[in-house]
Design a protein around this ligand. Structure first.
Ligand code: ATP
Ligand code: MG
Ligand code: MG
Length: 393
């Protein structure tokens, strides 16, 4: 049997391992943490730093092909692996997705074919650029200053009401390369998962609409009618165009903002992309005949990509570590008995050793025969678990 490798041992790697093993593959996970969620369930776990040549050599020796689950894997490491093994997605595209400045330049470069642009922004890498923004970019206010690299779940971002707050915000972020984005009045957010093979074959999932609370994904709505049909078509086409323009191989998630521009089909603004399966695509495990992780396995292993079909409407609720603490702050296992007695509930726990506030511990997907019953169960589950975003279900 062949072995498939993954850089990173988090929950996305764990779900990749499950999908690969179901197809009969052996798996190898490279992660520095001895107790990483994916490492715990993989045939091979290489406990190594992402850029350690010995660990990389061991991974390449073991594997037929290698993917990544963690967007901040050093692109040099992927480049090194690619000298001897197929690596999907490749170092160049992962490098673009790791840096908001390059990412936005890519979105701009393919705006003609994707039909979408990103929010107005300015690059702030130097004190001179900060000064220029202070003086000349009141049009970006109120704004949001984001580090170009390493941010996730809303970390590495500071909201600024006026330019007078900008210098302090940049200093607080460490004076590193940043983008200053205009805050847009969002009416919704959505994302699209695209899978593309070595031969250029492309498939995509229908767009899901996402609710974020404090910069972290809380609820994903995945069913017909979750957004106007023309908007869904535009988002899907745009994501495919963005993947194609990158020559992407593997699974790509493109996140969009929706703003009210008076049209029923427009109002789409591209936010960012993740070079891997995505939290907002977890519903595909329970609601589709092929999941985003099945697509990742197929794409990297050179298998045909099945056109996915969603067989049930679904709502996904993210389970952050917060759920493990009761009202008085005591650590307490959530009441799974009550949650799992609700029909159509699919609980996924990632096997993390310790619950911490804000840490992604698992998710709950609700499927059912129709949207109304899915919503009823999702509301009840969200109430039982005291989850945020209840009012959006
Ligand atoms: P992820 O975990 O998705 O990678 P991230 O830390 O990279 O998140 P973003 O996607 O840039 O962060 O922003 C997080 C959330 O903050 C967005 O989903 C959106 O709700 C809000 N947000 C970010 N930028 C803007 C903006 N320009 N206008 C309005 N809201 C925004
Ligand atoms: Mg991000
Ligand atoms: Mg995001």
């Amino acid at each position: 049997r062949a072995t498939l490798g993954v850089m990173g041992g988090g929950q996305l790697g764990r779900m990749f391992v499950h999908a690969a093993q179901r197809l009969g593959y052996f798996t190898a996970v490279l992660d520095p943490d001895a107790k990483s969620p994916a490492g715990l369930v993989s045939h091979h776990h290489i406990q190594s730093d992402y850029s350690d040549p010995a660990g990389l050599a061991q991974l390449a020796d073991l594997c037929q092909a290698i993917t990544t689950e963690f967007e901040n894997v050093p692109s040099q490491a992927l480049q090194k692996l690619a000298q001897t093994r197929p690596v999907a997605p490749g170092a160049t595209v992962v490098g673009i997705a790791q840096n908001r400045i390059e990412e936005k330049a890519h979105f701009a470069a393919c705006a003609d074919i994707s039909g979408v642009t990103c929010a107005p922004y300015a690059v702030i890498e130097t004190p001179a650029q900060l000064q220029a923004a202070l003086e000349g970019r009141t049009d970006l206010m109120p704004g949001i200053l984001k580090t170009a690299r390493m941010g996730y779940d809303g970390k590495g971002q500071i909201r600024v009401k006026t330019t007078s707050e900008l210098a302090a915000a940049w200093a607080e972020l460490g004076g590193v390369a940043c983008v200053l984005e205009k805050m847009l009045p969002l009416t919704a957010e959505c994302s699209v998962l695209v899978a593309r093979g070595w031969d250029g074959q492309v498939v995509s999932f229908a767009p899901q609409s996402n609710v974020h609370v404090e910069g972290i994904l809380a609820v994903t709505h995945a069913y017909e009618g979750n957004m106007p049909p023309a908007l869904a078509t535009n988002a899907r086409d745009a994501a495919v165009a963005i993947a194609q323009h990158l020559g992407y191989v593997g699974v790509l998630c493109v996140e969009f903002f929706v703003v009210d521009d008076g049209s029923t089909h427009g109002g789409l603004v591209v936010n960012e992309m993740a070079p891997r399966p995505h939290n907002s695509g977890h519903y595909t495990l329970d609601a589709c005949d092929a999941s985003q992780f099945d697509m990742q396995v197929h794409a990297m292993a050179g298998l045909p990509l099945p056109k996915p079909r969603q067989h049930s409407p679904a709502i996904m609720l993210n389970l952050l570590g917060d759920v493990w603490f009761d009202a008085s702050g005591q650590l307490q296992e959530p009441n799974w008995q009550a949650v799992l007695s609700l029909p159509g509930t699919h609980l996924h726990l990632y096997g993390k050793s310790e619950a911490r506030v804000g840490r992604k511990m698992g998710h709950l997907t609700i499927t059912g025969p129709d949207i109304a019953s899915v919503k009823t169960v999702a509301r009840r589950a969200a109430e039982l678990l005291r989850l945020p975003g209840l009012d959006t279900i």
